[in-house]
Design a protein around this ligand. Structure first.
Ligand code: ATP
Ligand code: MG
Length: 567
């Protein structure tokens, strides 16, 4: 039994599946991930993918990647391609199970013909508005359409002519004949087919009518032999219709729909429509903007498939709606990158440091480990010289107590190098410190006679001349409130955008080894965080870095307080 199988049964869905297998209801588990290709995938979809593909993997079953392309107006090939790339990147394999709802257009049509023949569906010629009026409300029953009792042969004839394109959009629809007084509005003669005289990206001009989601989804599940149709809680009210369709058609399988709660991550939104609106308004650069909670954005930011899978596993599957802390996602990213990312030295906000007793013109190489506990990742040479850059924050003229970095008269160790002592500062006319002057102790180099001498602080640095200036992008959360979608303080999600979510700095200095870094490679800038070589804007010899995540959890506390306030 694999590790994954050993943990099976932990959440309520895996428990049901385990019981269904034990009870002999099924011998093979079949699931599906059914995205609509009208946007890029986001963190919520990652959960659904990990659940559907994960369950199939754990139970030795199969999972389909099925595009729900029943609405030709909103869908696009670019979205299909991005979704495939994202699922693959997450590490899942649909093998030969890539399908489209449009593959089954003839089947949906045949099913509706079957329903019409059985007197279980009819052509309604009311306008969309009149249909809405007849539907009633949660407190009032609906009323029957005057067309509800049309004869079977009239329905057959009208449906044939709808397909043939004889009518305009909205002239007729096909509705299931269920119960206009049903307490569940989804059962008040739901629409099954509508006229849409538009081309479709896969079927071209073949169809003038298109099926509604509930019909297409249920029949697709049954045709693919899906055993467990896992979907989010908003479909709970659709389950009676799902079952009505299965009960009233002659289909090869009887899938069971099970709902779970949506994944929401604090300070983000998971709605393709709203994410698209952020792009449309120019607030972010695109679906792959590293601040976006999309798979493409998270990949460009440096999140890894391993981290996302680890995160989803830690959150689990429930029926309870809650908002997951962003720090939980970031911690999963840190844990994963800590294992794999090579360490390098980079200075984000440089301050010049001169070693007064280091001979001019002298240069040497210091050896640095690429990873603190993975010697197999090797070492590299760091050029060292009289003039260096250190982080401006690592020097303070008048520091508080417990500041263990550099101060006038104080000592620190330079990472992988010598102990230095600050002896003077140089200022600009405005009084800003522009250089720090130090002396170094030549005996304190690794292997030297005083190598073991202890000082409280170690700081990072790069050589002034041998380092390279690069652009670094620092990101902050996209929204200022934890739940921009359902915010109690009112307002639209767009009212809570964080205007300071992107900070670009162009004067960072990195050690020379980074100049040849591959686009997409992730490094730990020691003491600073994890950074990825941007895959879009980097050119050979001129890498641009995106900060993936800081080393420490900087806003867990703030986030916890905010979430406690709203949920
Ligand atoms: P959106 O509101 O972003 O358009 P959607 O549900 O309409 O989301 P689909 O493409 O239809 O998007 O979703 C494909 C699958 O992913 C569905 O089974 C859906 O239930 C699931 N899914 C979507 N959002 C989430 C989420 N936040 N958490 C878990 N699963 C989700
Ligand atoms: Mg949807």
């Amino acid at each position: 039994m694999s590790d994954a199988a050993a943990t099976a049964g932990k959440d309520f869905i895996r428990t049901i599946i385990t019981e269904d297998l034990a009870g002999g209801q099924h011998t093979e588990i079949v699931t599906r991930f059914p995205p609509e290709p009208n946007g890029y995938l986001h963190i919520g979809h990652v959960m659904s993918i990990c659940l559907n593909f994960g369950v199939a993997e754990e139970f030795g079953g199969r999972c389909y990647l099925r595009f729900d392309d029943t609405n030709p107006l909103k869908e696009d090939q670019d979205f299909v391609d991005s979704i495939k790339a994202d699922v693959e990147w997450l590490g899942f394999d649909w093998a030969d199970r890539l399908t489209y709802a449009s593959d089954y257009f003839e089947d949906f049509h045949a099913c509706v013909v079957q329903l019409i023949e059985a007197g279980k569906a009819y052509v309604d010629s009311l306008s969309a508005e009149a249909i809405r009026e007849h539907r009633g409300s949660l407190t009032e029953p609906g009323r029957n359409s005057p067309y509800r009792d049309r004869a079977v042969d009239e329905n057959q004839d009208l449906f044939r002519r709808m397909r043939a394109g004889e009518f305009d959009d909205g002239a007729h629809v096909v509705r299931a004949k269920i119960d206009m007084a049903a307490p569940n509005l989804n059962l008040r003669d739901p629409t099954l087919y509508r006229i849409r005289k538009v081309g479709h990206q896969r079927t071209g001009d073949a169809w003038n009518i298109y099926p509604m989601y509930d019909l297409a989804h249920t029949i697709s599940d049954a045709l693919e032999g899906v055993t467990h149709s896992l979907c989010t809680l908003e479909f709970e009210d659709h389950r009676p219709l799902y079952e009505w369709i299965l009960d009233n058609l002659d289909l090869p399988a009887r899938p069971r729909q099970i709902e779970f709660s949506r994944m929401n991550v604090a300070f983000g939104i998971t709605s393709k429509r709203k994410l698209a609106a952020l792009i449309g308004a120019g607030f972010v650069g695109g679906w792959d903007d590293p601040r976006m909670p999309t798979v493409a954005g998270m990949r460009r930011r440096g999140y890894t498939p391993g981290a996302l899978r680890r995160f989803v596993r830690s959150v689990g599957v429930t029926k309870k709606d809650k908002i997951i802390e962003m720090s939980a996602l970031e911690n999963a990213v840190r844990e994963d990158l800590n294992e794999h990312a090579p360490r390098v030295l980079a200075v984000l906000n440089p301050l010049k440091l001169v070693l007064l007793n280091y001979p001019e013109g002298q240069a040497e190489q210091l050896t640095a480990a690429n990873h603190p506990h993975r010697p197999e990742l090797g070492t590299r040479e760091l050029p060292f010289a009289r003039e260096l850059f250190i982080e401006r924050d690592d020097f303070m003229e008048d520091p508080p107590r417990k500041f263990f970095r550099l101060r006038p008269g104080g000592e620190v160790r330079l990472r992988y190098g010598y102990i230095i002592k600050c002896v003077a500062v140089v200022r600009t006319d405005d009084g800003v410190v522009s250089e720090v002057h130090c002396t170094y102790d030549p005996d304190t180099r690794s292997g030297g006679p005083a190598a073991g001498r202890k000082v409280k602080g170690t700081i990072h640095w790069v050589a002034a001349e041998a380092s390279h200036e690069v652009e670094v992008r620092l990101f902050d959360r996209l929204f200022l409130v934890a739940n921009p979608d359902g915010n109690r303080d009112g307002g639209d999600y767009r009212d809570h955008l964080n205007e300071a979510s992107l900070r670009v700095t162009t004067h960072c200095r990195v050690e020379p080894s980074l100049i040849g870094a591959q686009a997409g490679a992730v490094f730990q800038f020691e003491r600073q965080g994890y950074f990825i070589v941007d895959t879009v804007d980097s050119v050979p010899g001129r890498p641009v870095f995106n900060r993936t995540v800081t080393l420490r959890d900087t806003w867990a506390k703030l986030e916890r307080a905010e979430l406690a306030r709203i949920q």
